[in-house]
Design a protein around this ligand. Structure first.
Ligand SMILES: C[S@@+](CC[C@H](N)C(=O)[O-])C[C@H]1O[C@@H](n2cnc3c(N)ncnc32)[C@H](O)[C@@H]1O
Length: 163
């Protein structure tokens, strides 16, 4: 088994002894699921209506959008949970969360704490509530493999008044 963790992403190569097949788990793979305990804790507090980006297998709410409906093109509603794809497209999800909050929607996001990025400075610092999480989250991927994130995470909330 070989593991490589890049500086800024999830690049991990996993070689099974049995199949001798390489399975790549990287930021190109968007299937990094929120640990159920963390979602449950957030859900107790926020009572979510909609998971805005998911698959049928990974959806954390009864109502959800998948890549087929394209959550970025939908109108969001109620209180939303968002653990977005962590590739370059994350900035579009943050912008969308901000824009939906202007329509009265609350969006609770679980994202990497990449606080030097433009989207953090443009949308998060001025308009969102932020809670930095202690330690590293162990995400599970679409193959049932758990790995600690090589980056810190934050809960970012759009649509709640900030002091
Ligand atoms: C980090 S995973 C989170 C999955 C799940 N919501 C969770 O919290 O465990 C991001 C999900 O977004 C989905 N996704 C990617 N592009 C999407 C799009 N345009 N619209 C809706 N979902 C999308 C991926 O298939 C993936 O399941």
């Amino acid at each position: 088994m070989k593991t490589i963790v890049g500086l800024n992403n999830f690049a991990i190569t996993f070689k099974t002894q049995h199949s001798n097949m390489d399975v790549h788990f990287s930021s190109k793979t968007n299937e990094w699921y929120t640990p159920q305990y963390l979602f449950d804790k957030l859900n107790d507090k926020h009572n979510f209506n909609l998971d805005v980006c998911a698959t049928a297998e990974s959806a954390k709410c009864k109502e959800y959008f998948t890549i087929k409906e394209d959550g970025l093109k939908q109108n969001w509603y109620g209180t939303c949970f968002m653990n977005p794809p962590y590739g370059r497209e994350i900035k579009y999800w943050i912008k969308k969360a901000y824009e939906e909050s202007l329509r009265g929607v609350k969006v609770v996001c679980l994202i990497p704490a990449r606080t030097d990025t433009t989207y953090w400075h443009e949308y998060i610092f001025p308009y969102a509530k932020i809670e930095f999480l202690k330690g590293r989250i162990k995400f599970e991927n679409g193959y049932g493999v758990k790995n600690s994130a090589p980056f810190p995470s934050a809960i970012v909330i759009f649509g709640e008044s900030i002091d």
